[in-house]
Ligand binder design. Sequence first.
Ligand SMILES: [Cu+2]
Length: 122
Amino acid sequence: MKNLLTICFLLSAIASFAQKKTEITFKVDGVCGMCEDRIEQALDVPGVIISDWDVESKMLKVAYKTKKISEQQIHQRVADAGHDTDRVKATDEVYAMIHSCCKYRDGASCSGEEKHSHDDRK
Ligand SMILES: [Cu+2]
């Protein structure tokens, strides 16, 4: 009987280690491939399995482990990187930090990969 209880205890311990995965898709404002890198890098954290932002549709697809990170935290991380999500808005401070061609609120648009260089700020 004691052994059985031990086994039950072990099984439930193992079950709690098995992590639930979920996938969400939501809108994130941005302009170009640089925005894509910024958004995806913001989600390069433990718990996030896949992050993929599409320049055309402005939709971000995220697959994550619900025990490691919450949907709200994902929105917050993207906003902290300077991009508005449909739930969390970036602060004016971080928005001001992003590259001029990425200023999606001001109708910025990037044409040509060479404009993606960070050096043209100087
Ligand atoms: Cu950009």
